[in-house]
Ligand binder design. Structure first.
Ligand code: NIG
Ligand code: FE
Length: 421
C-alpha cells in the first residue's frame, strides 16, 4: 500500500515536472492530464490524474480545472529590500540621460542608498513584505534578495537583518546575499573602501548572508577590485555571485567562474572565452532581460550562445527600483524567448530549475519531482507556449508553497504606495 498524500492537485491540461536533467524531447517533463501528490510539504508522486486519484483516495483534492500546473518560479536575483522609488529617473532617461550618467552624477543607486539609510528596519520590512506578496501573486515561490543600498556597515547590516526577518515570516523561501560592493560610497578613497570590504567585517556579514556579490562595472568596482573582494569573501566562507558584463565586457564572469562562483548575472556583454570558463566551472548564467527592456538598452544577453557553450541558464527579474521595477517572472520568460534567443522550454526551465541552480538549491526545489519542496502553481493557460504568447498579463491562478495555499490575491496592492516613506 503506497503512502497516502495530504494533498492532490489533479485534472491539469498538463503537469510540467521540469526535472533537473530534462531530456531534449521532453525537457519540461510533461505529463498530460497530470497530477501531483503532496505529503509533508514535499512532492510525493507525479503521474496521470487517473492513476493518482486511485493511489490517494483520501487526500484533499484540488481540481485544476484543465489548467496548466508547474513548479513555482525561482527568482534568483532581486534587490527587493529598499527605501524610496525612482520613477523620476525613468523620466530623465526618456529625456536622453543614460543609467550610468545618472549614477555618476550622484543619483541612481545613490538615491536609493539615501532613502534606505533613512528608513527604519520596520519600514523596510513592511514595504518588502508587500513586494514579496506581489512576486508571489506572479507565481514566484523562492526569492534571492541582496543588500547593497547601505554602502556603510550599519545600513548593510540593517538590510541583512530585514532579509533575515522576511525569511522568518514569509511563506516564500528567501536566500540572502551580501552586496556591500554595490557601488563606491561617495567621498571615500577607493582603496580604503576595498580594504574595508575585504577586511575582518566580512565574517560578521557572513553570519547573515549565504552569498556575497559584487557589481563589477565602469562606475562601480573594477575587475581587480572585484577579484579581491570575491577572493576575500570566499575565504570568509561565502558562496559567490557577480554582476558582470551589464554594460561593458570586463571579463568578470570568467574571473568569478574561476573562483567557483555559483552564478554570474546580467552578461549582456561577454568577453571571448568567458562562456567556456562558466561552463567548465558550472557557474550558472542568470539572465535579467527586464533590465535592457526597462533601460531601453539595445542589447540583451545572448542566451543561445551561452547554452551552446554548455552553460546552465537562469532567468530572474533583478527587481530593483532603478533598472527593473518588475515582479513578473512570466514577463521575464517572454523576454527570454523574444530577446535572448531561448525556446519556451529553455525559458521555463531557466525560470524554475535554472533559478534553483543559481542559488544552489536544485536538489531541493525548482522541479516537481519526488522529495522536492511542493512549490506548485496553477496557471490560467493550457500549455507553456502561452506564457510568452500572452505576454504582459499575469497567467497565475493559484500558488502553493510547501503544499500550502498562499495566493493572497495581491492584486489589491498598490504598486507604488509601499515605495514611498
Ligand atoms: O542589478 N547593476 C547593479 N545593480 C542593480 C541596479 C540597482 C539600482 O539601480 O538600484 C542591477 O541592475
Ligand atoms: Fe542586480
Amino acid at each position: 500500500m503506497p503512502t497516502e498524500a495530504d494533498l492532490l492537485i489533479h485534472n491539469s491540461s498538463m503537469l510540467l515536472r521540469v526535472p533537473v536533467d530534462g531530456s531534449d524531447d521532453n525537457a519540461l517533463g510533461v505529463i498530460r492530464d497530470g497530477a501531483v501528490a503532496v505529503k509533508d510539504r514535499k512532492v510525493l508522486e507525479t503521474g496521470t490524474s487517473t492513476d493518482l486519484l486511485k493511489n490517494h483516495p483520501s487526500a484533499q483534492k484540488v481540481d485544476a480545472g484543465g489548467r496548466m500546473v508547474m513548479p513555482g518560479f525561482v527568482d534568483a536575483h532581486t534587490h527587493l529590500v529598499h527605501g524610496g522609488e525612482r520613477a523620476a529617473e525613468m523620466e530623465m532617461r526618456l529625456a536622453g540621460k543614460t543609467y550610468l550618467d545618472i549614477l555618476k552624477s550622484g543619483g541612481g543607486i545613490y538615491s536609493t542608498v539615501a532613502a534606505t539609510r533613512a528608513a527604519s528596519l520596520e519600514e523596510l520590512t513592511v514595504s518588502a513584505e508587500k513586494r514579496l506578496a506581489m512576486a508571489a501573486a506572479h507565481g514566484t515561490t523562492t526569492v534571492e534578495i541582496k543588500s547593497g543600498y547601505g554602502l556603510d556597515a550599519g545600513t548593510e547590516m540593517k538590510m541583512l537583518e530585514c532579509i533575515a526577518s522576511l525569511a522568518e515570516s514569509s511563506p516564500l523561501d528567501i536566500v540572502s546575499t551580501y552586496l556591500g560592493a554595490h557601488t563606491l560610497p561617495a567621498g571615500r578613497p577607493r582603496t580604503e573602501v576595498v580594504d574595508e570590504l575585504t577586511g575582518p567585517a566580512l565574517g560578521g556579514f557572513r553570519r547573515h548572508a549565504e552569498f556575497c556579490d559584487v557589481f563589477c562595472e565602469d562606475g562601480a568596482f573594477s575587475f581587480d577590485e572585484s577579484r579581491r573582494i570575491l577572493t576575500a569573501a570566499k575565504a570568509a566562507g561565502f558562496r559567490l555571485k557577480i554582476h558582470a558584463g551589464q554594460f561593458n565586457p570586463l571579463g568578470a564572469a570568467g574571473m568569478a567562474a574561476e573562483l567557483g562562483a555559483v552564478s554570474a548575472d546580467h552578461l549582456e556583454e561577454l568577453a571571448p572565452g568567458e562562456a567556456g570558463k562558466m561552463a567548465e566551472n558550472g557557474t550558472v548564467a542568470v539572465l535579467l532581460p527586464g533590465v535592457p527592456f526597462f533601460l531601453q538598452g539595445s542589447k540583451y544577453a545572448d542566451g543561445r550562445q551561452l547554452i551552446d557553450a554548455g552553460v546552465r541558464l537562469a532567468l530572474a527579474t533583478d527587481y530593483n527600483p532603478g533598472s527593473c521595477p518588475s515582479y513578473s517572472m512570466p514577463f521575464m520568460i517572454a523576454l527570454g524567448v523574444f530577446q535572448c534567443g531561448l525556446s519556451t522550454s529553455e525559458a521555463v526551465r531557466a525560470a524554475t530549475t535554472g533559478g534553483a541552480a543559481a542559488i544552489g538549491r536544485q536538489n531541493s526545489l525548482g522541479s516537481l519531482t519526488e522529495g522536492k519542496s511542493a512549490d506548485i502553481i496553477i496557471l490560467n493557460i493550457e500549455k507553456p507556449e502561452e506564457i510568452p504568447y500572452y505576454f504582459g498579463t499575469n497567467p497565475v491562478h493559484t500558488v502553493y508553497k510547501r503544499g500550502k495555499l498562499i495566493t493572497a490575491a495581491a492584486r489589491h496592492l498598490n504598486y507604488s504606495h509601499h515605495q514611498r516613506k
